[in-house]
Design a protein around this ligand. Structure first.
Ligand code: ADP
Ligand code: TRP
Length: 325
């Protein structure tokens, strides 16, 4: 039985990139009864960025609501909060001692954040080691994530290999699983990935229909006469075509054919209506789940209760192997 593991940071509302690159696949993977699934809210990771302590608790709760409303089913997946299982940090410490500074210095996400002018704390530098611990604590083999996380998963593989070589076979070597839309680009800057740090080009799943329409109508295109899909040369319009294809279940060439001879404005109008229709049921479920705090907290507690024995057993095995008494 394969083990699927993934984490997501509580640092703002979910957006279309999170949905197409991560959430939809995490939900679909629940149909495979031959797999075990651990999905968690990585609250410790989210403390490595700037945050307001008063907002943090709200963000954690809202992400749990989003995940449940988005289709994570506690009967099929173990859903919990990372910091509720103390072994995540304990295993990260052990992994710190087998990870070189050079490996972490090569991490692109870290370098990008520093280049943006963020003053890094030690936690931000060490972030990929905690992520390796998240995955390997449950002996995760498959990790559904967006493309931006590939290098971190590679580090988790290196960590598993280094540990196994030194202390004997303990961990599997995890692999990322990507969707067909592993990198959704920003609506107003197709050279950057859609991210909550660029809110204007980011379609949040909770945006009102009016805001969704506005963001899509304002989205960057190009000066060609018709839509097309050529991500290298026409990144902006290809991104919109890809979004339409993903949400309609069509291929990108089918979308291009369907809108042949139709102007950009008309295509965007249709895209906006498709996005609004797709996320209406999510928004309705979200409003209901949000009000039921007792139930949401119960799910998270039960999730932690189920994850804990597995985390403890791995940590116990690791302690023995490295020689702790
Ligand atoms: P953000 O970059 O907005 O802060 P997160 O880092 O919280 O988003 O990402 C959560 C999950 O969504 C990860 O698996 C990540 O790889 C995926 N993801 C984030 N942005 C995108 C995107 N633009 N396209 C595809 N997947 C994405
Ligand atoms: N680094 C991931 C992100 O920013 C979040 C994450 C933390 C994660 N731990 C993980 C993803 C373990 C997959 C598995 O999106």
């Amino acid at each position: 039985m394969k083990t699927i593991v993934s984490g997501i940071q509580p640092s703002g509302t979910l957006h279309l990139g999170n949905y197409l690159g991560f959430l939809r696949q995490a939900v679909e993977l629940q149909d495979n009864s031959g797999c075990k699934r651990f999905y968690f809210i990585v609250d410790f990771h989210s403390l490595t960025g700037r945050y307001n302590p008063k907002e943090k608790a709200k963000e954690i709760y809202e992400l749990a609501v989003d995940l449940l409303a988005g289709g994570i089913d506690p009967k099929k997946s173990t859903l919990f909060i990372q910091s509720h299982i103390e072994e995540h940090a304990n295993l990260a410490w052990i992994f710190n001692t087998i990870t070189s500074m050079g490996q972490l210095e090569r991490m692109v996400e870290y370098k990008e954040k520093v280049a943006q002018g963020i003053t890094p704390n030690a936690g931000l530098f060490d972030y990929p080691v905690l992520m390796a611990a998240d995955i390997l604590l449950y002996k995760g083999e498959l990790v559904p994530v967006g493309e931006d996380q590939l290098q971190h998963i590679e580090l988790a593989r290196d960590t598993a290999r280094a540990f196994n070589r030194r202390f004997g076979k303990t961990f599997p070597e995890p692999k990322a699983i990507l969707t067909k839309a592993p990198r959704v680009m920003s609506l107003n800057n197709a050279r950057q990935k859609m991210s909550k740090s660029l809110p204007q080009g980011c379609l949040f799943l909770t945006d009102s229909p009016k805001v969704m329409r506005e963001k899509i109508m304002r989205a960057e295109t190009d000066s060609h006469a018709e839509i097309g899909c050529d991500p290298k040369r026409r990144a902006a319009i290809s991104n919109l075509v890809m979004i339409y294809a993903e949400l309609s279940g069509m291929t990108t060439s089918e979308v291009v054919k369907m809108f042949k001879g139709v102007g950009y404005a008309e295509f965007k109008k249709e895209l906006a209506e498709l996005v609004i229709k797709t996320f209406k049921p999510f928004q309705e479920r979200r409003a209901k789940v949000f009000k039921n705090k007792a139930q949401v907290m119960k799910v998270l507690e039960e999730g932690a209760r189920n994850a804990r024995p597995i985390a403890r057993a791995t940590m116990e095995e690791v302690r023995k192997k490295v020689g702790l008494i």
